[in-house]
Design a protein around this ligand. Sequence first.
Ligand SMILES: [Zn+2]
Length: 137
Amino acid sequence: MTVETEHSRKYEAIKAEFPGIVTKQFECDTGWFPILREFFAVVRRVNPKGKERDFTLLQIKEKLGGLRIYYRLGKRVATAAETQIHAAYSAAEARAAGTCEVCGRPGVFRVQGGAWLLTRCEDHAEGGVPAPPSAGM
Ligand SMILES: [Zn+2]
């Protein structure tokens, strides 16, 4: 099984778990998928069945070594629900910053080739060295 089919298999599983909410491909590696699943569990909880249209997933990607989830909330979404979703996103972002994007084990923010930023464990560092705390921030 290639890495790519594993990526799509895991993506389809999450998509099936959150119909109407997961509507875009994940442009990050599978190590962060459990983090995304937790985020979508919160989205589902505050947008029960039939209210999926209040949440629009725009894009999920790795950027500058961090997890980014872009979404839009409908006007009918209550402030409390909005707060919960934003909090879930902050939590996901923070958790991804300490999680290897490839395997999901603890990872650190690394610089590869002097410029490329990624969050990886020792096994998946691919030459990346731990970044100084200020890098990419
Ligand atoms: Zn790893």
